[in-house]
Ligand binder design. Structure first.
Ligand code: NAP
Length: 450
């Protein structure tokens, strides 16, 4: 029997789990091509999971084992779906296609002043400090600024706040590029305000992450005890949610601890709705009103505003998309065009269920997808075999696409380790696409001459 060929779009956690489960869960001969628009694999584990969270990032080692365990899984990096190869071509060249390309866009607040200089979606900030190649090295100037305001109380907001107060020594233990360490070292931001539109009972970040913030030695974490007097709605939420109760206990602990006179502060304010960002060309402040009592208004000075209010998926030509939810419509992971299944097209991860959950959540999500896909393969009748890998390779070659394969990625990785060792760090990310491709090409030319 000729191999069943599956394309997985996106090599982040949901794509990597999908590939792993496809090869593990089936007795059929399955070949998986994982595409990524970047020359590097692992998506949000590399560019989203905070650099000071090495334990979560260590999942990369397990994903690496998946790629290296079998030749049935190939990595095709630096391939842009829609430009280098279309959705229709993928459908024609594979037995099944799984879209697992995440949620690469940002929700907006929809208030005046959102496009002022100094106002950014948190993703830009996170991607910049993670050394993502799409972000200019000088995208953020933290020197000369005093207050940063972060809108939203999810885990991403906490990551951004924590990174703003990390010491240079702590940052040098991570893999972020050296110019980013220097930008943080030059930062004069010592006052961070994190704004929740609802009460603390509805804060979305996890207790573990909040406890970690309280451990940061440079910084006072301030919570107003008045914000912890709960109304009936918050109390009912707390009564029904053990996780919210645990978090509320930590809020109490922070409120009781109060200020320890540290150099920097992260202050939480709740029940405030942002209504306007102020400033002429660059942001100078933010106007908030009470959420439960809109007649209360407050203006905060701000030099940097990060809106951390959630991510959105992006539409791809040839793939149905629900603009309301920012996801691809599906039934049991099978992509729907109206009420009908598109056939052979599946989704996994944030593009399927929206931007929620932790890295491990994607394993269960991918398992649902793989289960549907394998059921469909088992029930389909005789079909013509999908074109071979060589057909896809030739198509990309004809279009002058420089595909970065697994070995070339390993060469990029080796260059990152060498660059780190040169300056006494374990590893530093290459942050320029050209440098990544140069490292990949050096390895490719060695391989070609062997
Ligand atoms: P999130 O958890 O959904 O939080 C978004 C926040 O934005 C919420 O507080 C939400 O408030 C607020 N918000 C939304 N629209 C708003 C508006 N118009 N005005 C003011 N506030 C608004 O999203 P996230 O922080 O981007 O995280 C995404 C996912 O990644 C989450 O599942 C998260 O747990 C996960 N993640 C995990 C880790 C970790 O495990 N360490 C790290 C980073 C991210 P409402 O609740 O009122 O809507």
């Amino acid at each position: 029997m000729s191999a069943i060929r599956v394309a997985v779009i996106g090599s982040g956690p949901s794509g990597a789990y999908t590939a792993q489960l496809l090869t593990e869960e089936s007795d059929l001969p399955i070949e998986v091509d994982i595409f990524d628009r970047l020359p590097t694999p692992f998506g949000l584990v590399r560019y989203g999971v905070a650099p000071d969270h090495p334990r979560i990032k260590s999942i990369i080692a397990s994903f690496t084992e998946v790629f290296e365990a079998t030749e049935a899984i190939r990595f095709l990096g630096n391939v842009q779906i829609g430009t280098d190869i279309t959705v229709d071509e993928l459908r024609a060249h594979y037995d099944a296609v799984v879209f697992a390309h995440g949620a690469p866009l940002d929700r907006r607040l929809g208030i005046p002043g959102e496009d002022l200089a100094g106002v950014h979606p948190v993703r830009e900030f996170v991607s910049w400090y993670q050394g993502h190649p799409d972000h200019a090295v000088d995208a953020f100037h933290l020197a000369g600024s005093r207050r940063a305001v972060i809108i939203g109380v999810g885990n991403v907001a906490l990551d951004a706040a924590r990174m703003l107060v990390r010491t240079t020594e702590e940052l040098r233990e991570t893999d972020i590029p050296e110019h980013i360490v220097e930008a943080f070292a030059a930062s004069t931001i010592d006052d961070i305000v994190v704004v929740g539109r609802r009460g603390p009972a509805f804060a979305k970040f996890t207790n573990k992450e909040f406890l970690e913030l309280l451990e940061v030695e440079s910084t006072d974490v301030l919570v107003d005890p008045a914000d912890l007097e709960l109304d009936a709605v918050q109390q009912a939420h707390l009564d029904a949610n053990p996780a919210a109760r645990r978090l509320m206990a930590t809020f109490q602990k922070a409120a009781e601890r109060g200020s320890l006179g540290r150099n920097k502060t992260i202050r939480f304010v709740f029940d405030r709705t942002p209504v306007e960002l102020l400033g002429d060309r660059a942001v100078t402040g933010i106007r908030l009103t009470g959420t439960t009592d809109p007649s209360e208004t407050e203006t905060l000075d701000a030099d940097l505003v990060l809106r951390s209010v959630g991510y959105l998926g992006n539409p791809l030509d040839g793939l149905p998309f629900d603009t309301r939810t920012g996801t691809v419509p599906h039934r049991d992971s099978r992509v729907l065009d109206g009420d009908d299944e598109l056939g052979g097209v599946y989704v996994a991860g944030w593009i399927k269920r929206g931007p929620n959950g932790v890295v491990g959540t994607n394993r269960l999500c991918a398992l649902e997808t793989v289960t549907s896909l394998l059921q469909d393969l088992a029930s389909r009748g005789e079909t013509a075999p999908a074109p071979t890998a060589e057909v896809v390779d030739a198509l990309l070659r004809d279009r002058d696409v420089h595909v970065v394969d697994w070995d070339a990625w390993r060469a990029i990785e080796a260059a990152e380790i060498a660059a780190g060792e040169d300056i006494g760090r374990t590893r530093i990310k290459l942050h320029l696409r050209d440098d990544m491709l140069a490292a990949a090409m050096a390895a490719e030319s060695v391989a070609a001459n062997v």
